[in-house]
Design a protein. Structure first.
Length: 134
């Protein structure tokens, strides 16, 4: 069980939600959500961010590989219990077309802001920052 679709389906079913309800929460059409679960379409970074926020999970949970659905769900539950009333949030920044100076300014600003933002992942020209809010 290593696809986004498998993990999205497991999360939805664990919450006893319908595909239609989950699609509404993610602000996508039911057909598009069905395509995600069936691995016909890969979710965009924005959709992955919404999934993480909806289920209050870390992006790593969706990216990491697991042997089974139960291992994945256990990992998500353990991650949620360690958050202790804080919520990990994500900010996606598209760096396409940025100069080296602009990119350095962006990274300096992220390091000096409160809450401190850390680079969680880099995918193509997009940087995903994570931070914990209380």
């Amino acid at each position: 069980m290593n696809t986004f679709g498998d993990k999205m389906k497991a999360l939805r079913e664990n919450n006893e939600w319908s595909q239609k309800y989950t699609a509404e929460k993610l602000d996508v059409s039911p057909q598009m959500y069905n395509n995600y679960e069936k691995n016909k379409t890969n979710p965009s970074l924005e959709i992955l961010k919404r999934v993480c926020n909806l289920y209050v999970i870390n992006l790593d949970s969706l990216i990491d590989e697991y042997d089974s659905v139960s291992d994945f769900l256990k990992s998500v539950e353990l991650g949620n219990s360690s958050v202790n009333e804080s919520i990990k949030q994500y900010q996606v920044v598209d760096t396409f077309g940025m100069s080296a100076e602009q990119l350095q300014d962006l990274l300096n600003k992220a390091a000096n802001e409160l809450p401190v933002k850390q680079i969680d992942h880099v995918i193509g020209t997009k940087i995903i920052f994570s931070y914990v809010s209380f």
